[in-house]
Design a protein around this ligand. Structure first.
Ligand code: ATP
Length: 261
């Protein structure tokens, strides 16, 4: 059974606020597929936690449970906030709406007045670096720009907990690195907590305060690494031996967890 109990928003800003608390979460789908088993995971304010794991190990399922889209079959998944942002691998923009109208969509669905949501959309578009592209339709945007618009749309809700399901997986490496830097800048500026799913160990280590490694299906957490590099991240850390060593350790844990599945 899952109990999801968002606390009232705007209360408490302690660094140790728990925004997501999974205890012994298991997910068995009706067809008998066991996607997750015994998952304990905490995300606190100020943390950017990245989950890496082999394909099909249950990473998206974990995020869907966190967002309330899916209910765990066993264990508890508690939220410490109702202000949640969600960015998927696909930017999911409405093709007939321009950037501004897409970015305003969530605020619109939340019943915000035109003037208020226009102000929030403008700020979010500035934050993600899309100023000048407000009137462009999605088909006129690059993949990276679409993801920026998707990010901006969630930013209008001022999330305290941001869930990312491999948002940069389909982008080329340079665009991906640039967006990693942009997202880390936003994390430091807006102070949301992040739960980020990726297949890329180097992306995980570069962005996160903590990296969680999952085994093959049924997904279990097999290792957790605290990332010691200071925030905001200096892009140059990618070229340091300390970074390379941590990437190596996480990759090793990933291979070991995969082998045991
Ligand atoms: N609704 C469902 N019914 C049955 N099985 C499902 C359902 N949704 C997901 N699964 C299965 O659960 C397992 C975990 O899926 P999930 O999408 O969470 O994995 P993932 O780690 O995100 O995969 P990838 O990295 O390839 O995106 C997979 O074996 C998948 O086929």
């Amino acid at each position: 059974m899952t109990v999801t109990a968002p606390a009232p928003t705007g209360t408490g800003t302690s660094e140790n606020d728990v925004l997501l608390d999974f205890t012994n979460v298991e997910m068995t789908f009706p067809d008998g597929t066991i996607a997750l088993q015994g998952v304990d995971l905490v995300v606190k304010r100020g943390e950017f936690v990245t989950v890496v794991g082999p394909s099909g190990c249950g990473k998206s399922t974990l995020l869907r449970i966190a967002s309330g889209l899916e209910t765990a079959s066993q264990g508890t998944a508690e939220l410490g906030t109702a202000r949640i942002g969600y960015v998927f691998q696909d930017a999911t923009l409405l093709p007939w709406r321009n950037v501004t109208d897409n970015v305003e969509l969530l605020a619109e669905l939340h019943g915000e007045k035109k003037k208020a949501r226009a102000g929030k959309a403008k700020e979010a578009i500035d934050l993600v670096g899309l100023t000048g592209f407000e009137k462009h339709l999605p088909k006129a945007l690059s993949g990276g720009m679409k993801m920026r618009a998707s990010l901006a749309r969630s930013l209008t809700l001022d999330p305290e907990l941001f869930l990312f399901d491999e948002p940069f997986g389909a982008l080329d490496e340079i665009t991906r690195e640039r967006l990693n830097d942009e997202l880390i800048r936003l994390f430091n500026a807006k102070k949301f907590a992040g739960l980020f799913i990726t297949h890329s160990v180097s992306e995980a280590v570069y962005m996160s305060t903590k990296v969680v490694v999952m085994s093959g299906r049924p997904g279990r957490i097999v290792d957790t690494f605290d990332v010691p590099f200071p925030q905001p991240r200096d892009p140059e850390i990618r070229f340091t031996p300390e970074y390379a060593a941590l990437v190596g350790e996480v990759s090793h844990a990933l291979r070991k967890g995969h082998g045991n599945s």
